[in-house]
Design a protein around this ligand. Structure first.
Ligand SMILES: Cc1cc2nc3c(=O)[nH]c(=O)nc-3n(C[C@H](O)[C@H](O)[C@H](O)COP(=O)(O)OP(=O)(O)OC[C@H]3O[C@@H](n4cnc5c(N)ncnc54)[C@H](O)[C@@H]3O)c2cc1C
Length: 401
C-alpha cells in the first residue's frame, strides 16, 4: 500500500481530519483538486461560520484556533428570531447567552480564515507531515478486502488501507463507491456579503423569517477602516429573484438591503464581494463502504439556516479520528467493518435529528400560504414564553448538551 490513509478533499473537513491524525503514526496522503496557492491563501467566499462552543474547543485542541488572528474571531452573544413583516404583529423569540453556562453562545469566523488556519496546522513541517497532492482530481475508486485504489485524472493510481472522502456534499467519490444520498433542492439561493451599518448589532445574530424573504445577520467585529459596526448579511430568496441583486450597482444594493432590513440597523453599506449559494440539503444513506468512509459535508450536507454544517463535520472528524488512532495503537485493521460501522452509527445518530429538524424548519419557512404563516407565528410566540425550549435552542447553538 502507498499509504495507510488517503483523504480526498482539502476543504475545512479534510484539513481538520489530517490535522487530527498528525500524531497517530498513520501515513497520510491529502488529495485536492485546487492548486497550492488556493489552499495557502484561500479567497474570501462570503461565508461567516457560526461555531459552537464545542467546535471552538475542538479547534483549540487541534491547534487551529491559535492560528486565527484575534480580530477574525467575533463573539456571538445572543440570537433573535423574528417572524413576519416589520409591523406590530411581528413575533419574536430571543435566545440569550444567559441560558447557557458560557459568556457567549458561540463564535463567528470566516470560512476562508478557517481554511487557511486548518491548512497551516495540517501541513506544518515535521516528520509526520502528510503528503499533499494538489491540483489532482480523483477520477475513479475501487476497493476490495486488501485495499482501496484511486485513479487520478492524470492516469496515476494510489493505494491505501482506507480512503476517506471529504469532497463536498456533491461528493463524486461517494457516488463512485455506490453510496446513494437523499438530496433536497430548496429552490432558494442564499446571497452572503459583509456590510457596515450605522446602528450597533449588540453581538446578536438575527434570523428574520419575513414574508417572501429570509434575512439573517451575523455580528462581526467592527470594520477595521471605518470603525463602524459590521455584519455578515444573508438574504435567502427564490433563485430567479436573487440574480438581479447580485448584479445591482453597489450603492443601489446597499439601499435595497437597508430597506429589506426596515432601516433597523440604520444605513447599511456593502463592504465585500457578494456570493450566492444554491440551497441543497444532502443526507448520505450510508457513511461507509468497503475500506471507505465519508466525513464533513460529504456525510451530511446541511441547509445553513441552523448553522450546523461545519459543526457536524467537526463531530464526524472527532469520532473517526479517535477510532483510527485507537486502531493504529492496537495494531488493528484501520478499515475493519466493525470500526467503520461504529463510526457510521455514532455520526448518523448525532446528526439525524438536527438534519430532519433543519429540513422541517427550512421547508416551513419557505411556504407563504396562510396556514404555514400562522403556524410560524404560533411557534415563535410559544417558544418565546417557554424557557425550557429556549434553553434547548441555546444548548444546540453552543453544542454543549
Ligand atoms: C452560505 C453558507 C453558510 C454557512 N454557514 C455555516 C455556519 O454558520 N456554521 C456551520 O457550521 N456551517 C455553515 N455552513 C456549512 C459549511 O460551510 C460547510 O459545512 C463546510 O464548508 C464543509 O466543508 P467540507 O470540507 O466538508 O466541504 P467543502 O468546503 O465543500 O470542501 C470540499 C473540498 O474537496 C475538494 N474536492 C471536491 N471534489 C474533489 C475531487 N474529485 N478530487 C479532489 N478534491 C476534490 C474541493 O475542491 C474542496 O476543497 C455554511 C454553508 C453555506 C453555503
Amino acid at each position: 500500500m502507498d499509504f495507510d490513509l488517503i483523504i480526498v478533499g482539502a476543504g475545512p473537513a479534510g484539513l481538520c481530519l489530517a490535522r487530527a491524525l498528525r500524531t497517530s503514526g498513520l501515513s497520510i496522503c491529502l488529495l485536492e483538486q485546487q492548486a497550492l496557492g488556493a489552499l495557502q491563501n484561500p479567497a474570501f467566499d462570503g461565508r461567516e461560520i457560526a461555531l459552537t462552543q464545542h467546535s471552538a474547543a475542538l479547534l483549540r485542541e487541534l491547534g487551529i484556533w491559535s492560528l486565527l488572528a484575534e480580530p477574525t474571531i467575533a463573539p456571538l452573544k445572543d440570537a433573535l428570531v423574528l417572524d413576519g413583516g416589520a409591523g406590530a404583529w411581528q413575533a419574536r423569540m430571543s435566545i440569550s447567552h444567559a441560558l447557557s453556562p458560557k459568556p457567549e453562545l458561540g463564535f463567528l469566523v470566516a470560512n476562508h480564515h478557517i481554511r487557511g488556519a486548518a491548512f497551516e496546522a495540517a501541513m506544518a513541517e515535521g516528520p509526520d507531515q502528510p503528503v499533499l497532492r494538489c491540483a489532482e482530481q480523483v477520477n475513479g475508486i475501487r476497493s476490495d478486502a486488501q485495499g482501496a485504489r484511486l485513479t487520478l485524472a492524470g492516469g496515476a493510481t494510489l493505494s491505501a488501507s482506507l480512503v476517506v472522502a471529504a469532497d463536498s456534499r456533491h461528493s463524486s467519490t461517494r457516488r463512485a463507491m455506490g453510496i446513494s444520498a437523499d438530496m433536497h433542492d430548496y429552490g432558494r439561493t442564499m446571497l452572503v456579503c459583509n456590510m457596515t451599518h450605522s446602528q450597533p448589532h449588540h453581538e446578536t445574530a438575527w434570523e428574520w423569517f419575513d414574508h417572501g424573504q429570509t434575512l439573517a445577520l451575523l455580528p462581526m467585529n467592527p470594520c477595521s477602516q471605518t470603525g463602524l459596526p459590521r455584519s455578515s448579511v444573508v438574504l435567502t430568496l427564490a433563485s430567479q429573484q436573487l440574480q438581479p441583486l447580485m448584479e445591482l450597482p453597489e450603492a443601489a444594493f446597499s439601499e435595497q438591503i437597508t430597506q429589506r432590513f426596515a432601516h433597523r440597523l440604520g444605513d447599511m453599506t456593502l463592504v465585500s464581494t457578494r456570493h450566492a449559494y444554491p440551497l441543497v440539503g444532502v443526507w448520505a444513506r450510508r457513511l461507509v463502504a468497503q475500506r471507505f468512509a465519508v466525513v464533513g459535508d460529504a456525510a451530511v450536507g446541511m441547509h445553513p439556516v441552523t448553522a450546523h454544517g461545519f459543526n457536524l463535520g467537526l463531530r464526524s472528524i472527532e469520532v473517526l479520528s479517535q477510532a483510527l488512532t485507537r486502531a493504529k495503537q492496537l495494531g488493528h485493521d484501520l478499515a475493519s467493518p466493525a470500526l467503520l460501522d461504529r463510526y457510521q452509527r455514532t455520526h448518523q445518530r448525532a446528526s439525524r435529528g438536527i438534519y430532519l429538524a433543519t429540513h422541517a424548519l427550512a421547508t416551513l419557512y419557505t411556504q407563504e400560504q396562510a396556514p404555514a404563516r400562522l403556524l410560524r407565528q404560533i411557534m415563535v410566540r410559544t417558544g418565546e414564553r417557554f424557557t425550557p425550549f429556549k434553553r434547548a435552542v441555546a444548548a444546540s447553538l453552543t453544542g454543549l448538551h
